[in-house]
Write a protein that binds this ligand. Structure first.
Ligand code: NAP
Length: 259
C-alpha cells in the first residue's frame, strides 16, 4: 500500500535508537524527509547515515535534550515547518512509591507530559494552516495497565492521554490527526535496563529476568522497533485521516481486556 506521504517532512524526537528510530526508519521507507534528535551525537549520526543510505531521504540531525526548554527551541528551529511530528523521550526510572518526591514528578512531567504538549503547541498551527498534519505520541501500555514500579511514567503519561483526548477533537476538523501509540514490551535498550534493575532487585540473572518478562506476553516474544515503526508510519499516512484521538496498543496480547 502506498501510504501517500512521499516527500512529507517529519520531526521524530528521541530517535537515534529504539522505538523512535523504528518510527524514523518506517517513515523514511515511505519517502518522508526527517529531522532526527537525541542527546548523544554518535548513535544519532550513525542512524542518520544508515537511513540516508537505505532510503535516499534528507535527514537533519539535532543533538539536544528534548525535555529541556532550550533543547526544544533548538530542535524546533532546525525543523521549521513539518507535516508530521512523532513525540518521544526516555522513560522515567523505576522505583517504589516511597522513592518519589516532588522533584521526581516534576522531572517526569517535563519529559513525558509537558515536552510533548510544548512540541504539539508549537507545530500544530502550521499543520492546521496547511490543512494536513499527523502527530503521534509514543506513550506506554502503562496508561491502560499501570505498571507499579513505573509510577512516575504511569502518572505523567496518563496526563498526556487526557490532553490528547481533548485537543485531538478540537483540531480534527482542520485535517490534523493526533493519536498515541502504546508500546508494550519491545526489545530495546530501555527494556534491557528494566531487566537489569529487576534482576538486581530479585537476585536473579538478567537472562532469567528477560525470560520471566517474555513469559507474560501471549505472543511469546518482545515486539520489535520495526513493527512499532510500521504502525507509526500507517498512523502518519494519508490513509489514516479518520483516526482521531486513539490509543493504539502494541503489546503481543499482554493486556487481557477485550477492548
Ligand atoms: P531506548 O531504546 O532507550 O531509546 C531511547 C532513545 O531516545 C535514544 O535514541 C535516546 O538517545 C533518546 N533519548 C532519550 N532521552 C532523550 C532526551 N531527553 N532527549 C532526546 N533524546 C532522548 O528507549 P525505547 O525503548 O525506544 O523507549 C522509547 C519510549 O517508549 C520511552 O519513553 C519508554 O519509556 C517508552 N516505552 C518503551 C517500552 C519498551 O518496551 N521498550 C515499553 C513502554 C514504553 P540519547 O540517549 O542519546 O538521548
Amino acid at each position: 500500500m502506498d501510504l501517500g506521504i512521499k516527500d512529507r517532512r517529519a520531526l521524530v524526537c528521541a530517535s537515534s535508537k529504539g522505538l523512535g528510530r523504528g518510527c524514523a526508519e518506517a517513515l523514511a521507507a515511505e519517502g518522508v524527509h526527517l529531522v532526527l534528535n537525541a542527546r548523544g551525537s554518535e548513535a544519532l549520526e550513525a542512524t542518520a547515515a544508515a537511513i540516508r543510505t537505505a532510503h535516499g531521504v534528507d535527514v537533519t540531525t539535532v543533538v539536544a535534550d528534548i525535555t529541556a526548554e532550550e533543547g526544544q527551541a533548538v530542535v524546533l528551529a532546525a525543523a521549521g515547518a513539518v507535516d508530521i511530528l512523532v513525540t518521544n523521550a526516555g522513560g522515567p526510572p523505576p522505583g517504589m512509591w516511597t522513592d518519589w518526591d516532588r522533584d521526581d514528578f516534576i522531572a517526569a512531567f517535563d519529559a513525558n507530559l509537558l515536552t510533548p504538549i510544548a512540541l504539539i503547541k508549537a507545530l500544530l498551527p502550521g499543520m492546521m494552516d496547511q490543512g494536513w498534519g499527523r502527530i503521534v505520541n509514543i506513550t506506554s501500555v502503562a496508561v491502560k495497565a499501570p505498571i507499579p514500579v513505573l509510577g512516575l511514567s504511569n502518572t505523567a503519561r496518563s496526563g498526556l492521554t487526557g490532553y490528547v483526548a481533548g485537543v485531538s477533537r478540537q483540531v480534527a476538523g482542520s485535517g490534523v490527526t493526533i493519536n498515541n501509540l502504546l508500546p508494550g514490551l519491545h526489545d530495546t535498550d530501555r527494556l534491557a535496563m528494566l531487566d537489569a534493575v529487576d534482576a538486581a532487585a530479585r537476585g536473579i540473572s538478567e537472562q532469567a529476568a528477560r525470560e520471566a518478562r517474555t513469559a507474560t506476553v501471549p505472543a511469546g516474544r518482545f515486539g520489535t522497533s520495526e513493527e512499532f515503526g510500521a504502525a507509526c508510519a500507517w498512523l502518519c499516512s494519508d490513509k489514516a485521516g479518520f483516526v482521531i484521538g486513539q490509543n493504539i496498543l502494541l503489546d503481543g496480547g499482554a493486556f487481557p481486556g477485550a477492548l
